[in-house]
Design a protein around this ligand. Structure first.
Ligand code: NI
Ligand code: MN
Length: 223
């Protein structure tokens, strides 16, 4: 069993019996964040790409002992700023106590707030305590999501905000390709330009046979 807590925007905390991971920990400066970086102590920081609304509090959390796991470019940048990091790229997998993760493509862009190139943007499938969780990162809809669905996903975390990523309709089409058991919409209602109706999305997901949870920041599910 794994506990999945939505921290706001694209930030998600995954707690297994042996390992705690945070994905895209943008908390400080996030107007809807459920918590600040002081309240969490992950073992691993998994970054889908380098944009400021994903990189967020990475260095603060790395300073508390967490290891950054991401692209080669993000790992080099993190190490340059004093963090411990493990460099990877799309297609690669990484094992940790209680699980394993594998990076997949995402259709987006990736640069740090200071303009440094962040490598290719990614999505990630994390197997934690026997459950498979897909965090799509920031992405458009793409047909290779069908391949990601072959993992047999227990949960998908999909952006629905539109403007920078898929909107709700494309995220529903993504569900047809991914076929997860459950879905949590992310990357919406943080800023006016990505306002969406998460509850309506969750209901429409249900009509496709996928259990949807429109979590408020701080909300959690156990899978
Ligand atoms: Ni982005
Ligand atoms: Mn983003």
């Amino acid at each position: 069993m794994a506990k999945v807590t939505f921290l706001g925007h694209a930030a998600v905390l995954l707690e297994g019996a042996e390992t705690t991971l945070v994905i895209d920990p943008f908390l400080t400066g996030n107007p809807v964040a459920a918590t600040g970086p002081e309240a969490i102590k992950p073992d691993l920081i998994v970054l889908t790409h380098a944009h400021g609304d994903h990189w967020g509090d990475t260095l603060t959390l790395a300073g508390k002992g967490a290891t950054v796991v991401s692209t080669y470019e993000i790992a080099v940048y993190a190490e340059k700023h004093g963090a411990q990091a493990f460099a990877m790229n799309i297609g690669g997998s990484y094992s940790f106590p209680g699980g394993r993760l594998k990076f997949y493509p995402a259709w987006h862009s990736s640069s740090f707030p200071d303009g440094t190139y962040g490598g290719m943007p990614m999505g990630v499938v994390i197997e934690l305590d026997g459950k498979k969780i897909y965090h799509a990162g920031d992405t458009a809809l793409f047909s290779d999501m069908r391949i990601i669905g072959q993992e047999g996903l227990d949960l998908a975390l999909l952006p629905i905000g539109d403007t920078f990523t898929m909107g709700p309709n494309d995220a529903l089409a993504a569900l047809e390709l991914l076929r997860p058991k459950q879905v949590i919409p992310i990357h919406y209602n943080t800023f006016p330009v990505i306002e969406q109706d998460g509850a309506a999305f969750a209901e429409q997901a249900g009509a496709l046979g996928v259990r949807g949870h429109a979590l408020k920041p701080g909300g959690a599910v156990e899978i």
